[in-house]
Design a protein around this ligand. Sequence first.
Ligand code: A2R
Length: 323
Amino acid sequence: MKKLLLTGANGFVGSVLLERLLNAGYQVTCTTSSTKSQSRDYECINLDIRDGTAVENAVKKVKPTHLIHLAAISNVATSFSDPYLTWETNVLGTINLLEAIKSQAPDCFSLFVSSSEVYGSSFKSGIPLDEESKCLPLNPYAASKLATEAAIGQYFATSLRGVIARPFNHIGPGQSPDFVTASFAKQIAEIENLKQAPIIHVGNLDANRDFLDVHDVCRAYIKLLEHEDNTFPHNIYNICSGKPYKIKNLLEIMLSQSATNIDVKLDHARLRPSDIPFAVGCNKRIATDVNWQPESSIEQTLGSLLNYWRKHSKSAVLRNQVS
Ligand code: A2R
């Protein structure tokens, strides 16, 4: 029986990944730091990963064969406003898990989810970055993830089994509208539902980013977990499309999927001073070692995101009409 412990199950990725893990036949125990609706399909433990004793008790109870660690402070703005919370959660929280796995489930195979943000200034080279590129973090979130990778690497070298993923931008339902494609989709849906004037407010449209459908990202995580008895030539993998998408082109695709005429307005408050013009990854390593490739087209991904926000916006309109 594959017993999997999933941290951060309430988050954007966790919600999608949980469904896919259950469909793949895993017996899943989720950990969340806030309440999650209970289900007969999985177990749920309320856990703050900063509490080492609680983490050890949870791992002792579950004795997982597999771990996917998503729980983190994942928002860059929060990492600037609360660096202590970010480092405590991301670095020390992960060390709590590593120690618990080491003492309570030493044969467990673990997937630790880091971030492409660790590359930071290296993106200024303007070429797709592979896993050997220098990591030069530009914000506390990225720095905390890189420090976490160093800690994990030491456990891998001396005791534990596992792999680290560095996902690039991912798109999907449930993501906060602080992220660019969710912001566009939410605004278009609200304009269609006459909740916003027909003007979409945007930030820097010239940046090139590497986007994946969240389902492709989750497929990569499961492939990494299941790859040939967990033997890999490497222990860090980029999860990316390898393609640059200009934000302006993504907006054009989304506008073309709406029948409403919408004007575009630059909102200076949405411009970030340290914007990196080009942040794209190279996915050769995961394609070669694990035989993973993205499957969704960008048009499909943006279309389903837009439909999610249309439903969301419509049900909010209906709720307002009833109350
Ligand atoms: O508060 P909750 O139950 O929603 O849980 C959040 C969880 N989290 C924690 N869990 C336990 N103890 C903590 N002290 C703690 N602090 C935060 O992490 C939340 O559900 C989850 C992260 O979800 P999102 O912010 O939506 O991140 P996303 O996009 O799902 O990214 C997943 C992973 C993160 O490690 C990123 O750094 C990475 O992918 O790229």
